[in-house]
Write a protein that binds this ligand. Structure first.
Ligand code: ATP
Length: 337
């Protein structure tokens, strides 16, 4: 049975129709990511679950109970935002213990819980520091500690890493994943960063304009996007019109769809690559070279059609602008959408 269920959710802000008959089910212990462009309703969905916003219509269930009209406190849901939102006048201990003190938990119990939680977020010894004495990453870990110390049923993370630099972001991603595994806490993560979604999630829900466009494991949505929108969100697909594709393979291609091909599935060589029944072989000229970390992205012109090809940046062959090259790609890697 699903642990969290959004059932036919409609949400209007005045005239603005934000959630449009949104349906979504999440299992207990799952790490789920909502991935979508700015303004598509990701935060609104989280805020409705936390009870910070009411829904216009529809129902929300948590652990078998209809919580649609429950007040936020009784839902037992923790939420972390992009802004660290710590109390600036409280030290780390008091920030973390705040929720427990409000619940009138015994002092000894609080001490134990804060100590255990500081260990989980790797901040032992930071109890007396104030937020201004912490780095951005440390502040975000305190915010995480403050949230998990009350053992919420669900952890909501609304772009918690968008304000930290790229390197720290990677290590916090890993830490959040570890904590999720240790505590087996059902978590919903919001991002518009596809790499982050791929790294973190058991399931990705791609959201578009208030509806869930596609759901699946990172592998499923990456290897089998169901729409051009989904393809443009996960991976860097070559998206070709039918006419362009026909020009590319130099034969009439008889579907009315668009064709998408992932750049890393295309083989490139300076020698002719023999075609076979399950693949296409073409030749073209390098018209663009773009190093991207450990990958080089070549743009190749084939019969006036541009194709991006990604190659691992190792000590194998490099190609020069203007060079004639041969490409080969499998027919089952050409996805019709
Ligand atoms: N409190 C509010 N009052 C009125 N409109 C709002 C309110 N909160 C959000 N909106 C509008 O609802 C729409 C969805 O906003 P939401 O914050 O859910 O999007 P999002 O997908 O989380 O975007 P982002 O990635 O930019 O955070 C936007 O058009 C936004 O302007």
């Amino acid at each position: 049975m699903s642990y969290i269920v959004f059932e036919n959710i409609e949400k209007y802000y005045g005239e603005n129709h934000v959630l449009k008959n949104t349906n979504l089910s999440i299992h207990k212990g799952e790490f789920v990511t909502l991935l979508g462009s700015s303004g598509c309703g990701k935060s609104t969905l989280l805020r409705c679950l936390a009870g910070l916003e009411g829904v216009t219509s529809g129902k929300i269930f948590l652990d078998g109970e209809d919580i649609t009209f429950w007040n936020p406190k009784s839902r037992n849901i923790g939420m972390i935002f992009q802004q660290y939102s710590l109390f600036p006048n409280m030290n780390v201990y008091n920030n973390i213990s705040f929720g427990l003190r409000m619940k009138k938990v015994k002092k000894d119990t609080i001490n134990g819980l804060v100590k255990d939680t500081l260990k989980i977020v790797d901040l032992q010894g930071y109890e007396k520091r104030y937020p201004y004495q912490l780095s951005g990453g440390e502040q975000q870990r305190v915010a995480l500690a403050r949230c998990i110390v009350t053992k919420p049923k669900v952890l909501l993370l609304d772009e918690p890493l968008s304000a930290v630099d790229a390197k720290l972001r990677k290590s916090l991603q890993a830490r959040i994943k570890e904590i999720h595994r240790e505590l087996n806490m059902t978590s919903i993560f919001v991002t518009h960063d596809q790499d982050e979604a791929m790294t973190m999630s058991d399931t990705i829900h791609i959201m578009r304009d208030g509806i869930i466009e596609q759901s699946g494991t990172p592998f499923e949505v990456y290897s089998n996007p169901k729409s051009i929108f989904a393809a443009s969100f996960v991976g860097n697909y070559n998206i070709l019109e039918k006419d362009q594709f026909s020009k590319l393979i130099n034969q009439e291609y008889s579907t009315y769809s668009k064709i998408v091909i992932r750049p890393e599935t295309i083989e490139i060589s300076h020698v002719k690559l023999e075609s076979c029944k399950d693949s296409y072989s073409v030749s073209g000229k390098i018209i663009g070279i773009l190093p991207q970390g450990n990958i080089i992205r070549y743009t190749v012109d084939i019969n006036s059609v541009s194709l991006k090809v990604d190659v691992l940046f190792n000590d194998l062959e490099l190609y020069a602008l203007g060079q004639e090259v041969y490409l080969k790609f499998k027919k089952n890697h050409c996805i019709n959408l």
